[in-house]
Design a binder for this molecule. Structure first.
Ligand code: ADP
Ligand code: MG
Length: 693
């Protein structure tokens, strides 16, 4: 078996299982092995009965007292067994397992593992797993992988398939030299792959993870360097001059730019007028006012007789931007002739848009990545702005360049200016690495009219208070968001989901309060409609997954309540919080945690104490160790499969240095000793290259 072998070659994976794996995006053995565990189950040493905490999964070692008691209720056989150790007793209940009556001998000693509950003040376990003490001893210290699943596919089945795949897999030859592995303290690639699935202990797991993370970063940075080479010296194909349009627009705006915005605007003007093609990133915390800078640059572009495009990662955000520019165009009589281009438009709407773009009747095109698809032909595309979570790889840049002068262009490609906007708070040292191919501008100041958001971190018993608070804000004319984690059916238990939650809220809040929900599995046009209704204040409370985390601007919304806050990374929670506090009203953020572990509360408390995205990200980085990484969702823009830019910052820096020294010696990887690296990462390039969400 190799990475391209279809998974049906694995014994036990038939047609039915194949369909389930396809749902998870797995069709080949390579993809199965890259389906890294979500987290690991560990078997801790047994605790005493008196020390077993209700709510926790634990193992107790005890003696069976007396003969198990069996009852039959309709089709259900219920077996109750009393066990005890020196510290106390506990009742165990088993359903439909009558044979246990014979297995569990009075006086016999066993280890029982399950979730501890209380019934009438006494501790119980239902359906615990049973081990002999020796058997249990062997399990201890091992880590068992838990995979992301889909309904119908069990964890056990995936474990089995992975185990088989690993035993028949022809591992790729190691592509780094032994000296390199030693210098970077990396496991060989095959070993890493085995150990990430079935680690013998925590140390091996961390080592395996490190190797895979290193490779992921290494591949990403190699591509980035290529990108950088390509773009650095590009001559300015579309030199532009500032005109009265932007000056007048700024004069008429109801607010004046912050000093930070002014500084960045000057940088943009200089870039677009300068010798080289612009390749710039604007990094600014949520709410720092990036959109207006994009509008200014696009206006300068239009005033110079060119076309500009504004691209967003989701339709919802694209539509919002389109409406913002339409409003600016009307209110300030700007020279924009905007069109919208998103996937959910009808074929004839799209055709109409294509035509306007090709003829140059539109000078501002707003949309999703539909904007760079082949069908779109531009008249004179001179500036592309991307907002949040999309970067261009080498190929996309080439594609854009081809579009630059399509139709009537002279020979020789012209490259449009590129402006990327991001709210992902990344400490400067990492930003230089991750955005190595771009110039960086930072907006390090929020508009002055903002009141700091008031935060609280609470447990679920606070909900009634939160609901009455939301009702009060709504009565005052404001709006609220409630966020629940997105859940693939059957994947996570004990997690709130938007559909049921919205239903529940309807019973908790007055009927006059309009409640709707939003999630990623809805159609694009449904999502757009709900967002429009929310922006237009026909909806008071929006129950949503994190699909709204990116860029949405509804300044009238003042409450952000996040359920299961413990499941999100801090940087992501900060993004969510950024959806409120965008207007003149006092805003509030309620983080509800479903567990009260000390570390969770402390971690969330960081949000309580700081409103500064950069500080939060660095705290996140300081606190999270690789052991805790599995299961915490990562920030979207750099959605690496296994690496986490914050927690693996050290590995990221090491990979960056390694790429630099490699390319310093052999920029095109032509030396014989680098052939394997070139081959491996050429294949990987297609998959890691600048993903959007
Ligand atoms: P982000 O940087 O998160 O994309 P936006 O560009 O959406 O933020 O801006 C958030 C809000 O702040 C918008 O309603 C915008 O009109 C407003 N805004 C932007 N700049 C200023 C400013 N200098 N003074 C006051 N309000 C501003
Ligand atoms: Mg924005």
């Amino acid at each position: 078996m190799n990475r391209n072998t279809p998974i049906t070659e694995i014994k036990g994976v038939g047609q039915k299982a194949q369909a389930l794996y396809t749902k998870l995006g797995i069709t080949t053995v390579g993809e199965l092995l890259a389906h890294y565990p979500r987290d690991y189950e560990t078997f801790d040493l047994p605790v005493s009965v008196s020390g077993a905490e209700p709510g926790e999964i634990c193992a107790v070692e005890g003696k069976v007292l007396g003969i198990p008691n069996q009852k039959k209720i309709r089709n259900l056989t219920i077996l109750n067994v009393n066990v005890a150790d020196a510290s106390g007793g506990m009742q165990l209940t088993f359903f439909n397992m009558p044979f246990l009556k014979k297995t569990l001998k009075p006086g016999g000693c066993y280890v029982f593992r399950g979730r501890v509950q209380t019934r009438g003040g006494a501790k119980i376990m239902e359906q615990p797993k049973i081990y002999s003490p020796e058997e249990y001893q062997r399990q201890c210290g091992q880590l068992w992988p838990r995979y992301a699943l889909t309904k119908g596919l069990t964890n056990q089945a995936v474990q089995k398939a992975v185990r088989q795949a690993l035993s028949f897999y022809e591992f790729e030859e190691e592509y780094y030299s032994p000296q390199f592995l030693e210098k970077e303290h990396l496991l060989p690639v095959g070993e890493a792959l085995c150990s990430v699935h079935f680690p013998e202990n925590m140390d091996l797991l961390q080592a395996a993870r490190k190797r895979l993370v290193f490779d992921e970063f290494f591949g990403f940075l190699l591509t980035l360097q290529k990108n950088k080479e390509l773009t650095q010296e590009l001559e300015n194909s579309y030199p532009m001059l500032e005109t009265a349009d932007t000056v007048r627009f700024l004069e008429r705006l109801p607010f004046s730019l912050t000093n930070a915005q002014k500084k960045v605007w000057a940088e943009l003007r200089e870039d677009m007028a300068g010798e080289h093609c612009m390749n710039r990133l604007i990094q600014g915390d949520v709410g720092s006012g990036k959109t207006i800078l994009a509008v200014l640059a696009l206006l300068m572009c239009a005033a110079n007789g060119c076309q500009g495009a504004l691209m967003a990662p989701t339709e919802v955000l694209a539509v919002q931007h389109y409406e913002t520019v339409c409003k600016y165009t009307r209110d300030f009589q700007l020279i924009f002739k905007p069109v919208l281009l998103v996937g959910s438009m009808t074929a004839s709407q799209k055709r109409e848009a294509y035509e306007k773009i090709a003829l140059g009747e539109a000078n501002l095109i707003v949309g999703t990545h539909a904007l760079i698809q082949e069908k779109v032909v531009y008249k004179k595309l001179a500036l592309v702005v991307t907002d949040e979570q999309h970067r261009f790889g080498v190929r996309q840049r080439e594609m854009l360049a081809e579009k630059g002068e399509c139709g009537n262009g002279p020979a020789g490609k012209k490259h449009p200016h590129i402006l990327v906007m991001s709210a992902t708070p990344i400490p400067r040292t990492l930003a230089i690495i991750l955005y190595g191919d771009l110039q960086i501008s930072v907006i390090d100041e929020l508009p002055a009219n903002r009141l700091p958001i008031k935060n609280c971190v609470v447990n679920t018993s606070y909900r009634p208070k939160a609901y009455s608070f939301i009702a009060k804000e709504i009565a005052a004319g404001r709006q609220a968001y409630v966020i629940c984690p997105q859940v693939e059916e059957g994947e996570l238990d004990n997690v709130e989901n938007v559909v049921d939650y919205a239903e529940k809220l309807r019973t908790m809040l007055a009927p006059s309060i309009q409640i709707a929900y939003l999630h990623g599995r809805m159609t694009a046009s449904d999502k757009n409609r709900i967002m429009e209704e929310f922006a237009g204040h026909n909806i008071d409370v929006l129950v949503s997954t994190t699909v709204i985390e990116v860029g949405i601007n509804v300044p009238n919304a003042t409450v952000m309540m996040v359920e299961n806050a413990e499941r999100f990374g801090l940087a992501q929670l900060h993004q969510l919080r950024g959806r409120v506090g965008r207007g003149e009203h006092q805003s509030y953020c309620i983080f509800v945690s479903s567990n009260e572990k000390k570390e969770t509360m402390e971690r969330l408390d960081i949000l309580n104490r700081s409103n500064d995205g950069f500080r939060i990200a660095s705290e996140d980085l300081r606190r999270r160790g690789p052991g805790e990484l599995f299961g915490v969702r990562q920030s979207g823009e750099f959605a690496f499969q296994i690496g986490d830019i914050y927690a693996d910052a050290g590995v990221l820096k090491a990979a960056a240095e390694a790429v630099d020294s490699l390319l310093a010696v052999d920029p095109d990887l032509v030396l014989e000793e680098h052939a394997k690296i070139r081959q491996h990462f050429a294949a990987a390039e297609n998959s890691v290259d600048f993903r959007s969400i």
